[in-house]
Design a protein around this ligand. Structure first.
Ligand code: FES
Ligand code: FES
Length: 166
């Protein structure tokens, strides 16, 4: 028997009818065509499927869609601001923080969550925030550099907007 579930994805309210055993990952990818979120291990180990649930990173392969009732979900598609890439997306491209790119959506979502709370993280804080995101290609050095660079850009933008308001 299916259940009706309502949740918000990237600011848009959705009502979906799902089987109770369907994962949030499956509903996002198959039901809502948000295929930016990747399926790697399906067991909570790789972080490719990371999304934010009410602002906190979760592995969506381990969350049932029915558990997301009433919650706000952010996928990698929601990290960009309208037509503008978010600084973390810009920095990943600019600084070569990706190679095959399979881990990249999850890394961007986890980094985005960190930067929302702390726009000046040190290496340890970045590596801790990305501990659940496995990357086989980059060795993480350029990823860490990209997160730091994005933080710098976010600080610059917030100084600029404070000056405008003054
Ligand atoms: S696909 Fe979810 S953690 Fe790997
Ligand atoms: S860029 Fe290939 S797994 Fe991370």
């Amino acid at each position: 028997m299916k259940s009706d579930v309502k949740f918000t994805v990237n600011g848009v309210l959705h009502e979906v009818s799902v089987e109770p055993r369907k994962t949030l990952l499956a509903v996002l990818r198959e039901g809502l065509s948000l295929t930016g979120t990747k399926e790697g291990c399906s067991t909570g180990d790789c972080g490719a499927c990371t999304v934010l649930l009410d602002g906190k990173p979760v592995t969506s392969c381990l969350v049932l869609a029915v558990e997301a009732e009433g919650l706000e979900i952010t996928t990698v598609e929601g990290v960009a601001q309208l037509t503008e890439l978010h600084p973390i997306q810009e920095a990943m491209v600019e600084l070569g923080g990706l190679q095959c790119g399979f881990c990249t959506p999850g890394i961007i979502v986890s980094s985005f969550a960190l930067l929302q709370e702390n726009d000046n993280p040190n290496d340890d804080q970045i590596r801790r925030a990305l501990a659940g995101n496995l990357c086989r290609c980059t060795g993480y050095t350029k990823v860490v550099a990209a997160v730091k660079d994005a933080g710098k850009e976010m600080r610059r933008l917030s100084r600029k907007s404070a000056r405008k308001k003054a």
